[in-house]
Design a protein around this ligand. Structure first.
Ligand SMILES: [Zn+2]
Length: 394
C-alpha cells in the first residue's frame, strides 16, 4: 500500500492565489496598486472591513483588511507586496509566471513574500465564516524592499486604534520557525567636498577622495569595536552590530585632484536605543577630526551626510502579554535574523510587539529562480488554522 501524504485542504487554493499574486509585477520601482486592489476586492468579498492607505501619488498603497470585532486586542498578519527586481537572464522560466516543478513553486516573490500572502488569502474564508472573538488585521504594504517605506503608515493606523493589536506576525520567510529579533539598519551617504586642480599642485587642494578614504577607515574602526566590545546578543548569527562602507564614487582623471567623492555606509544594530546616538557620535568625531584641516585650505570644503533610509530593529517580544497569550501555538524557535523586516516599524512606530513566522527560506529570496517549497505553504496553512482558533476563543 502506498503512503498517503496528508496535505491541507486549502493547499491547492493557496497555490492558485500564489500564481495570481506572482503574475503582478510588483518590483518596488513600479506601482503596486493593482495587487492591492485585487487583494482588497477579495477580502471585501469575504466581508472584511477594508482600509486602503495610498501614498501621495496614489500609485502605491497599503491594505489593511480586518476580520472580527473592533475594540478588542487582536493579531496582525503582515506582509509586503513588493518584490526585488527579477533581472532576466538567469531564470529558467519567466519570473512573473509561476512554474511548478519538483515540489516547488518558482517565480519572483514566491518566497519573499507572496507565498505568505497566498496562504493568508486561502485562510481568509475561514476567518470570515468563524465567529471571531478577536480581530485579525491582514496588513499588506508597499516598498518594503527599498527601506520599509509603506509600513509606517500601517503602524500609525494600528497605533491610533482604540485597542491596538497584541502581537504582529510578520510572514517573512523563516521556514515557519519563530524569529524573535531582527537587526535595525541605517543606510547613509556621505558627500565629501574638496577643491579641484592640476594634480601636480596637490598640496594646495583638498583631495575629497583621500578624505573619504580616511573617513571610511574611521567607519571600519567603529565596525571593529562592535566586533570586539559588543553589545552582544548570541541569538544572532552575527552577534553584534555591524558597520561598513558599501559603495564609493569620485575623481575624474589621473591628473586632477578630485573635488567630489561620495560613498555609502550602513549600520546594522541590535540595540535600537543605541543606533542613532552611536552614529551621531561617529559623525561628530569625523567632522572634528577633518573639517578644520580641510577648511584651512578652502572654506568651500566640507562633508554632508544624507540618510538614504532607515528601519528600526525588532526587539524581543517574548516577554510581552501578546506573546504569552500566543505562546502555545507558536512554532519552534529559530533565533534572530540580520535581514530587514517590517517588525521593527510595527514595534517602534505602532507599539505592536512583533515576531517573524513565514513560509520559505530567506536563502531563496532575492535570487534568480526564486522558489518556495510547496510543503512550506502547507505548514503555513496549518499554522493559520491555529491562528484562527486563537481568534475564535476568548
Ligand atoms: Zn521580504
Amino acid at each position: 500500500m502506498k503512503d498517503t501524504i496528508m496535505t491541507h485542504e486549502n493547499l491547492d487554493i493557496a497555490k492558485t492565489h500564489l500564481g495570481r499574486l506572482i503574475g503582478f509585477d510588483t518590483t518596488s520601482a513600479l506601482p503596486n496598486r493593482a495587487i492591492i486592489d485585487h487583494m482588497a476586492d477579495y477580502f471585501a468579498g469575504l466581508g472584511a472591513h477594508i482600509t486602503i492607505l495610498p501614498d501621495e501619488t496614489g500609485d502605491k498603497a497599503n491594505l489593511i483588511a480586518r476580520f472580527g470585532p473592533e475594540g478588542k486586542p487582536g493579531l496582525v498578519l503582515s506582509g509586503h507586496t513588493d518584490v526585488v527586481p527579477a533581472g532576466g537572464a538567469n531564470w529558467t522560466t519567466p519570473p512573473f509566471e509561476m512554474d511548478e516543478r519538483d515540489g516547488r513553486l518558482y517565480g519572483r516573490g514566491s518566497c519573499d513574500m507572496k507565498g505568505f500572502a497566498a496562504c493568508v488569502m486561502a485562510a481568509a474564508p475561514g476567518f470570515s465564516s468563524a465567529t471571531l472573538e478577536r480581530p485579525l488585521y491582514l496588513c499588506f504594504s508597499y516598498d518594503e524592499e527599498v527601506g520599509c517605506l509603506g509600513a509606517p503608515a500601517i503602524a500609525r493606523h494600528l497605533a491610533a486604534l482604540d485597542v491596538p493589536p497584541m502581537l504582529a506576525i510578520i510572514g517573512e520567510p523563516s521556514e515557519m520557525k519563530l524569529i524573535t529579533g531582527q537587526k535595525g539598519k541605517i543606510a547613509m551617504r556621505a558627500h565629501v567636498r574638496g577643491t579641484a586642480g592640476h594634480s601636480s599642485f596637490a598640496p594646495s587642494h583638498v583631495n575629497a577622495l583621500e578624505y573619504a578614504a580616511r573617513i571610511i577607515a574611521m567607519i571600519q574602526d567603529r565596525g571593529r569595536t562592535y566586533v570586539e566590545h559588543g553589545p552582544f546578543d548570541p541569538d544572532f548569527t552575527v552577534p553584534h552590530a555591524t558597520m561598513l562602507a558599501t559603495t564609493i564614487e569620485g575623481g575624474i582623471a589621473t591628473n586632477v585632484t578630485p573635488d567630489r567623492c561620495s560613498f555609502t555606509f550602513e549600520l546594522r544594530s541590535i540595540d535600537e536605543s543605541r543606533a542613532r546616538p552611536d552614529l551621531d557620535t561617529l559623525l561628530s568625531e569625523v567632522e572634528a577630526q577633518f573639517l578644520p584641516e580641510m577648511r584651512a585650505i578652502s572654506d568651500e570644503a566640507g562633508i554632508e551626510w544624507e540618510e538614504v533610509f532607515a528601519y528600526p530593529a525588532m526587539g524581543d517580544a517574548t516577554r510581552t502579554p501578546g506573546f504569552e497569550a500566543l505562546r502555545h501555538i507558536l512554532p519552534e524557535w529559530g533565533g534572530k535574523v540580520s535581514f530587514g523586516s517590517e517588525g521593527g516599524v510595527f514595534e517602534v512606530i505602532g507599539g505592536v510587539p512583533s515576531v517573524i513566522i513565514g513560509p520559505g527560506s530567506i536563502k531563496q529570496a532575492h535570487k534568480a529562480d526564486e522558489f518556495i517549497e510547496i510543503s512550506q505553504l502547507d505548514a503555513c496553512l496549518y499554522f493559520l488554522d491555529q491562528v484562527t482558533e486563537f481568534a475564535i476563543n476568548r
